[in-house]
Design a protein around this ligand. Structure first.
Ligand SMILES: [Fe+2]
Length: 240
C-alpha cells in the first residue's frame, strides 16, 4: 500500500490540484493531510472543498486554529496576522466553526500524524526541539513513524535507541530502517526551502520507503490571485 502525506497547502489551489494530479499517477491508495490547509493563499474555501470532495482526512494546523481562536493569532507575525484576518473573511462562518472539531492527531496505518511535533503539538516547530528531547519523545512514542508539517521544510529525524540523526530530505526515494522516525513532509502550497515547487511524500508500506516528490505548478496564477484578493504582498512573493 502507498499513502501520500500532504501538508501546509495554505489556500494554494493551483499547488493542491497539481499535487493531486501527480498523486493520481503514483498508484496511491490513501491521502492524508497534516493541516494548515488555509492561510496566506487566495483560495481557502476552494481548497477545503477539494479536500472534502476527495475525502482526504485533515488534522488541525495552527492556521485553522488561528481562524477561530484569537489567542493563537497573538503569536503570529504581522503578515501572518493580516493573512489570517483576510482568510476569515474569505471563509464562511460554518467553515470556521468546523475547524474547532478537526482532530489534533490521527493515525494512518500505524503512523502518527500531527501538525507540529509529537505526540500532539500543533504549534511546536521541529527545529526548536533539542535533540535530547526528541530522543525522549521518540523513545516513549508507541508509533515508530510520525509525520509532521508546520516548518514548510522537508526533514527527517531518526532515533535508533542510541543516537538522533538529522537528515535534510530532497527529491527521490529513501529506505526506512529499524529506527523511529519523525518525517517533515514539507509544504504543498507555501514552500520555504529554496525550491518553489510543491512538495509531498509517499510512504510505501510494502517496501518500507519514502518517496519525496516535487511538483511544478502555475505559480504566476497562484501569486496573482493572492494579490488580487488583498492578501499581504509577501504571501505572493514567497511563492517564487
Ligand atoms: Fe504552515
Amino acid at each position: 500500500m502507498k499513502i501520500a502525506i500532504i501538508s501546509d497547502i495554505h489556500g494554494n489551489l493551483e499547488a493542491l490540484l497539481a499535487v493531486l494530479k501527480d498523486i493520481g499517477h503514483q498508484r496511491v491508495e490513501r491521502v492524508a493531510c497534516l493541516g494548515d490547509c488555509v492561510g496566506y493563499g487566495a483560495d481557502p474555501g476552494a481548497v477545503l472543498q477539494v479536500l472534502r470532495s476527495e475525502e482526504i482526512p485533515c488534522i488541525l494546523g495552527n492556521h485553522e486554529e488561528a481562524a477561530y481562536d484569537e489567542a493563537v493569532v497573538e503569536w503570529f507575525n504581522p503578515q501572518a496576522r493580516a493573512a489570517i484576518e483576510r482568510t476569515r473573511e474569505l471563509l464562511s462562518d460554518h467553515e470556521i466553526e468546523a475547524f474547532k472539531y478537526w482532530p489534533r492527531t490521527m493515525e494512518v496505518e500505524g503512523a502518527l500524524c500531527v501538525h507540529g511535533f509529537p505526540p500532539r503539538s500543533v504549534e511546536t516547530y521541529l527545529f526548536e526541539v533539542p535533540r535530547a528531547r526528541v530522543a525522549e519523545v521518540l523513545e516513549e512514542l508507541p508509533q515508530s513513524l510520525c509525520f509532521v508539517g508546520h516548518t514548510h521544510t522537508l526533514q527527517m529525524i531518526a532515533w535508533d535507541g542510541e543516537r538522533v540523526r538529522n537528515y535534510r530530505l530532497s527529491e527521490g526515494t529513501l529506505a526506512l530502517e529499524d529506527a523511529k522516525y519523525i518525517v517533515n513532509v514539507g509544504s504543498v502550497g507555501q514552500p520555504r526551502d529554496g525550491d518553489n515547487r510543491a512538495k509531498y511524500v509517499i510512504w510505501d508500506l510494502e517496501n518500507q520507503n519514502l518517496e519525496i516528490r516535487y511538483v511544478a505548478y502555475n505559480i504566476a496564477r497562484a501569486s496573482q490571485k493572492i494579490l488580487d484578493v488583498g492578501m499581504p504582498d509577501i504571501c505572493a512573493k514567497r511563492l517564487w
